[in-house]
Design a protein around this ligand. Sequence first.
Ligand code: IPD
Length: 265
Amino acid sequence: RTALKGELLRIALDAADRAGTFLRDGRPEDLAVAATKSSAVDVVTEMDIASEKLITGLLAEARPEDGVLGEEGASVEGTSGVQWVIDPLDGTVNYLYGLPSWAVSIAARLDGETVVGVVYAPMRGETYRAVLGEGAHVNERPTRVRPAPEFAQALVGTGFGYLAERRARQAEVIRHLVPEVRDIRRGGSAAIDLCDVALGRLDAYYERGLHPWDYAAGDLVAREAGALTGGRPGEPVSPELTLAAPPGLFEPLQARLEALGAWHD
Ligand code: IPD
């Protein structure tokens, strides 16, 4: 198992590096929206699609028996017990506008459990990686969460989905939270937000409505850096709610989000 995790980490680092470099160096000046998905503001560019092709090609070459789940439609059943969960470009809207906060996110699950997570943020020159039970690293340095502040001193990251009704609910939750904490950040890449908790650049992060490819790698990085992660009380992170914070902040934030009905549409 240890050798397998090492192999999966090497493959994930290599694929994230190649895709991130391709996205950074190949971004067309006149990049346009290629298609929309769940709503008119849920966009995909030709670069999301090309990045997913590049990554799935590398994975298929290295480990042809593995399953794959990708944001842009990659879906392979697999027979090895390993499943790759990939977001070939997390933070597509930032990328489209030339904002730097976007990343390639690649996680490997073994029999349903995430064992490797890699998030490469090319414009930051940083790769965040974690192996289950072996800690989290930024580039080659180990990283730990920031100790929990008082609730009122917490810098909390969040994000908004693409559906208008859901956004209206999310705005309602934020309306209550803003005056209760230090401040709110909306970075635009869930994978980076989760890693920012691992780096101590955010005290906490939560979002309703993410997909597994948005959170799979970042969730492991945050946990291996000492964060608690979860969804509704007693549940793991899920599309319903993704929450990451150090012990001592996680519990009151989860309780506050429950009181505010954060996972109701
Ligand atoms: C999005 C980003 C964003 C989050 C959205 C995600 P995408 O992913 O992670 O920060 O708020 O919910 O869908 O579409 O850029 O891969």
